[in-house]
Ligand binder design. Structure first.
Ligand SMILES: [Zn+2]
Ligand SMILES: [Zn+2]
Length: 267
């Protein structure tokens, strides 16, 4: 045996063992998938087709792959889609809503449009209690976020009213925020029960959430750059009400990330 023979053989052996273990792991997963498919007949939480690889999560690969991203040109403030002609002809990079009224959120971003499979996935998380979907959503949101997460001090979930959170058992915004990376800062409280924004016409949404959120004086937000996190944004009324409360309490800047964004069809 050469002086270097023994360690070399050990490394070789280790390499082989590692490969064997990985092979065995893959085999076990495929057996588990097969058993789950026969015994439990799980279906995708979004499209409800039979789930062939249940060990990979509650939503099938086709649904994740069919999420429609919001592609440029987009509003540099709220992340809404801009009609491309405006970008070209006026050099405009703000949408009509952001030009009409100043927004408290400085920048925002979403994984994609609140439509199709992304809408179904958000619904499964929120209304069917599929909390395991928060992590894959969050990882995709982190990938889509670009520089929205750059240099931030914390992420702030948009709170539910206590009674609603008790009924649901969790706050979907907090579940998404947990996996984004920066520390979660529970800096807001929803002090007023509000009608669901989705049930209201756009014109009434700002009034519905006005004064609904407060930042308790003990919340450590002074001088911080924070990112609000929610499942869906539509007109941005909720995000703006939350940002107002944070800025009034001394936050330096407030940005926003939402899993989905209802894209305005602009003329
Ligand atoms: Zn599916
Ligand atoms: Zn905008």
């Amino acid at each position: 045996m050469t002086p270097r023979g023994f360690p070399f053989r050990t490394m070789l052996l280790r390499g082989t063992r590692q490969a064997d273990l990985e092979r065995a792991g893959r085999l076990l997963l495929s057996i588990a998938d097969g058993l789950a498919a026969v015994l439990l007949a799980p279906v995708c939480a979004a499209c409800h087709e039979p789930l062939e690889q249940a060990t990979r999560g509650a939503v099938c690969g086709a649904c994740w792959a069919s999420i429609v991203p919001i592609t440029p040109p987009i509003c540099r403030r709220c992340g809404d889609a801009l009609p491309s002609w405006r970008e070209r002809s006026l050099g405009e990079s703000l949408c009509a809503r952001c030009r009409r009224a100043p927004q408290r959120v400085s920048r925002a971003c979403a994984i994609g449009a609140y439509d199709g499979s992304l809408r179904a996935i958000v619904h499964a998380l929120k209304y069917d209690g599929r909390r395991t979907l928060a992590r894959p959503l969050s990882l995709r949101l982190r990938a889509a976020a670009g520089d929205v997460l750059h240099g931030v001090d914390g992420v702030v979930p948009v709170p539910l009213h206590r009674s609603r959170e008790r009924r649901r058992g969790f706050n979907q915004a907090r579940e998404i925020a947990r996996h984004l990376g920066p520390p979660v800062v529970d800096a807001l409280q929803r002090v007023r029960r509000t009608a669901s924004q989705a049930d209201l016409p756009a014109a009434r949404r700002h009034a519905n959430v006005r004064g609904a959120f407060v930042c308790p004086s003990r919340a450590p937000v002074r001088g911080l750059t924070l990112v609000l996190v929610d499942d869906v944004s539509t007109t941005g009324a909720t995000l703006n009400a939350c940002a107002s409360a944070l800025l009034a309490a001394g936050a330096r800047e407030v940005r926003a990330l939402t899993a989905a964004r209802a894209v305005t069809r602009q003329r």
